[in-house]
Design a protein around this ligand. Structure first.
Ligand code: HEC
Length: 166
């Protein structure tokens, strides 16, 4: 019995060490500046316009409600925070912003390359891309671009970010 208990304890310790190790590795945005956040992602059919949302947020809810992504927290690269706060439109090349969906273990990422936005979806656990290649899929970078670069230029005016529009 004692041996069994020890084995269980040892197992728990190995688990604890492994978990804390993978946590320690962290994500590149961990120390970035927090921006927007939402505790619970609205269900499909919910109208966010009455709750102070605008029509692009409504379109976002309609696009992602089916994914049931849970709440999110946004982060912006400290190098870009000044531009973000001033609602500037030109971001330097490099990593710009992320929107982290903890519940589904995914992060929406926005980088800039030659002044143009580059969108991706990565796994929080290992940073690997989990973006979809399926046309019109909510996690296809083209879907991100259609909204962030299109949609009445709402996000385009903000350097293709969008959380600082209100
Ligand atoms: C239908 C429109 C729409 C689609 C599609 C969309 N977004 Fe967004 N995105 C928004 C809006 C609106 C916000 C701001 C949300 C808020 O105000 O809470 C936002 C916020 C963000 C942010 C946070 C920016 C900040 O200001 O902190 C990132 C990063 C982002 N989106 C990347 C993506 C990626 C990557 C995809 C595709 C996988 C995507 N978006 C798909 C509309 C969209």
């Amino acid at each position: 019995m004692k041996k069994l208990l020890l084995a269980v304890l040892a197992g728990a310790m190995i688990l604890a060490v492994t978990t804390s190790n993978s946590f320690a590795a962290g994500n590149y945005w961990d120390k970035w500046t927090k921006t927007i956040s939402l505790d619970i992602f609205p269900d499909c059919g919910v109208n966010v316009l009455g709750a102070g949302g605008d029509d692009i947020l409504q379109a976002t809810v309609d696009t992602y409600c089916g994914v049931k992504p849970g709440g999110y927290v946004g982060y912006v690269n400290p190098k870009a925070v000044d531009i973000y706060k001033k609602k500037g439109s030109k971001y330097p090349d490099g990593k710009t912003a992320v929107l982290v969906f903890k519940k589904i273990g995914a992060a929406f990422t926005t980088d800039h390359k030659n002044g143009e936005p580059v969108y991706d979806v990565v796994s929080i656990k290992d940073g690997k891309s989990i973006a979809s290649k399926e046309a019109k899929h909510p996690l296809n970078p083209e879907t991100c671009a259609n909204c962030h670069k299109g949609f009445k230029d709402v996000c385009k005016k903000l350097g293709y970010l969008c959380g600082n529009r209100l």
